[in-house]
Design a protein around this ligand. Structure first.
Ligand SMILES: NC(=O)c1ccc[n+]([C@@H]2O[C@H](COP(=O)([O-])OP(=O)(O)OC[C@H]3O[C@@H](n4cnc5c(N)ncnc54)[C@H](O)[C@@H]3O)[C@@H](O)[C@H]2O)c1
Length: 340
């Protein structure tokens, strides 16, 4: 602890490392004391990604900088390691921190597949430290309101729900040859981007009985579009994600949830992105929490460390979301439904 605040280190100071740094600065009860990136140029780089909001203001002077994770782990007395590394590195770095008794907040996707993610679940069970996976959409203001609309039953039961996430292929790094486009490293659009909606569907409705997916492949071999139907009794639940959008296409994400007595729509392309259309009365935009999803996620993680599991994305839950994506990939390959 540092003056009563948890000592945090970020490993992987690219786009999400910078994004989390900005969010940690707003967290009470925690302080980023060290940052590690194997490419030290990233520490002072101005980074970008498929979203805006990364903190490019520079590290505070008292933050220690490391190029080697093990050296940082050995030298720094830490309470938390925040893993914002490329996906393949999530399991090994998480396991090393947990083995040392350091709590871990690890970016999504938890791991490249559910079998690998299960090793992180087992490591967290063995450790005295805690692991949470940063499935940020669960904390995103409009999705928090949607969850409340569903659990309160205010508008009756859900008849149908559709979740979407469309963007151009990740080409902002390395002259267009980003590691994201190597499916062995990122899991492709299904695991990297579509997982956000899969995890939200899992969070809202529990595990589906089966999935039926179809996918399109880019000429270079990687999947650039996936669309899936999730088997839940009494409702139609669908989701699609794309990295096939043209370069000039602006990121679009959202949902359309049809209740018995209202329809809730979020579409980032609309002038009014979030609107509820009730059976009676005029359409309206619900009040949403002010903090963004990353800030709320970090707050939830700190509450989890203090014993409140109800607000956390547990390793078990995140692993199950990856298992749904694995089934979707299998379904798209086989051309038939895959049971879960
Ligand atoms: N939650 C979200 O909204 C969201 C958005 C984008 C990305 N992500 C996820 O965050 C993770 C990171 O994505 P990104 O866009 O920040 O990638 P990035 O390529 O911008 O950043 C990764 C950083 O890790 C560093 N790195 C690589 N190997 C290292 C090592 N061995 N030791 C230390 N540093 C090392 C790289 O130099 C780079 O700076 C991915 O898993 C991605 O799927 C999540």
């Amino acid at each position: 602890m540092d003056g009563g605040r948890k000592r945090v280190a970020i490993v992987g100071f690219g786009f999400m490392g910078h994004m989390h740094y900005g969010a940690w600065k707003k967290a009470r009860g925690a302080k980023v004391v060290a940052v590690c990136d194997s490419n030290l140029a990233q520490i002072t780089a101005k980074v970008g990604g498929n979203l805006s909001g990364a903190d490019n203001s520079g590290l505070a002077k008292d933050v220690k900088v490391y190029a080697d994770f093990d050296e940082m782990l050995a030298k720094e007395p830490l309470d938390v390691v925040d893993v914002t590394l490329p996906t393949l590195l999530h399991p090994p770095m998480t396991l090393r921190a947990l083995a040392k008794g350091v709590n871990v907040l690890c970016e999504k996707p938890m791991a490249i597949d559910a079998r690998t993610a299960a090793t992180m679940v087992a490591a967290a069970k063995k450790s005295k430290a805690k692991l949470m996976i940063a499935q940020c959409v669960r904390y995103w203001p409009e999705y928090v309101v949607l969850k409340d609309m569903i659990t309160s039953g205010r508008y009756g039961r859900v008849i149908a729900a559709d979740f979407t996430r469309f963007a151009p292929a990740p080409g902002w790094q390395n002259g267009g040859k980003s590691w994201f486009l190597d499916e062995k490293k990122s899991g492709g659009v299904a695991l990297d981007m579509h997982l956000h909606d899969v995890d939200e569907i899992h969070h809202l409705f529990g595990m589906p009985k089966a999935v039926t997916a179809s996918a399109h492949r880019h000429a270079d071999g990687w999947t650039d579009f996936i669309a899936t139907t999730y088997d839940y009794p009494g409702m139609v639940v669908t989701s699609s994600s794309s990295w096939a959008m043209t370069a000039s296409f602006v990121w679009e994400s959202g949902f359309r949830v049809v209740f018995e007595k209202a329809v809730a729509v979020l579409n980032t392309h609309n002038d009014k992105p979030f609107v509820v259309y009730p059976e009676k009365g005029k359409p309206f935009t619900p009040k949403t929490p002010k903090a963004n999803g990353y800030e709320t996620e970090i707050k939830a993680f700190l509450a989890y460390l203090d014993g409140d599991e109800s607000v956390a994305v547990t390793p078990e839950s995140a692993c199950e979301s990856v298992r749904i994506v694995d089934a979707e990939k299998k379904s798209a390959k086989l051309g038939k439904a895959v049971a879960l």
